[in-house]
Design a protein around this ligand. Structure first.
Ligand code: PGA
Length: 228
């Protein structure tokens, strides 16, 4: 039976995901490919705006993003929390403080993602809402580059907590009021698009994998927040 299933599921899977999802999705592709050796995958990792462009040109089977586009007719399924938190170097003076007023962020050199980034948009939205302006010292088009800049002492930033998976010791997450910014990863595709068997298989697989991830991280008390 299993052999039958594997045989049936053949073809290409085209995924496009926002940059924060690259810490989660590629790791899951290994087990997925073992389960379905007949499926080949192409994975694009890019920012929110590029994902929208790709979606409008119907370039991929499935998209993973944090903000479901309101002006497009899409089908979306939430599968995992993606909280945005304030990152500082491990030895930062604010690292020891609790319940830091958000206004304090305006005293710190700030590192901001590029225009077109959903992270940037969410941060700007919160700052505007709270009437806080930050001194943007550096603008960078990559979460990983921002982490290196923080570690190098250039400033602080707001990033997805998932970006912390591999090197937690170098950073502290500041306990700033109004953070984390709550976001969620969604699987999205244009409504009316008929998902291929391969895409449907991945869709089910990812829902299941996210559920297991939440269970595991709850057990380990791992510092990635899980849905309430
Ligand atoms: P980004 O996506 O890579 O565009 O910042 C993250 C998000 O939208 O949450």
């Amino acid at each position: 039976k299993v052999a039958d299933l594997k045989g049936l599921k053949q073809g290409q899977l085209r995924l496009a995901v926002i940059t924060t999802a690259k810490y989660f999705i590629p790791r899951l592709l290994g087990p997925f490919c073992q389960l379905y050796p007949g499926i080949d995958i192409s994975l694009q990792v890019t920012n929110h705006e590029r994902i929208l462009e790709r979606m409008m040109s119907n370039m991929d089977d499935l998209y993973i993003m944090s903000q479901v586009p309101e002006h497009l007719d899409v089908t979306s399924q939430p599968f995992l929390d993606n909280p945005l938190v304030v990152f500082a170097p491990a030895n930062h003076p604010l690292a020891q403080e609790k319940n830091i007023p958000i206004q304090r962020l305006s005293n710190e050199p700030f590192i901001m993602r590029e225009p077109g980034s959903g992270t940037r948009r969410a941060v700007q939205h919160l700052l505007e809402e709270q009437g806080v302006s930050v001194k943007v010292k550096l603008e960078l088009g990559s979460n990983e580059a921002i982490k290196q800049a923080i570690a190098g002492g250039l400033g602080i930033s707001v990033l997805s907590r998932h970006t912390l998976l591999s090197d937690a010791a170098e950073f502290s997450i500041l306990d700033v009021q109004h953070f984390p910014i709550k976001r969620t990863w969604y699987m999205v595709y244009p409504s009316g698009k008929q998902l291929s068997i391969v895409a449907r298989t991945y869709y089910e697989y990812l829902l299941d994998a996210a559920k297991k991830f939440v269970e595991q991280t709850e057990q380990l008390n791992f510092p990635v927040p899980v849905p309430e």
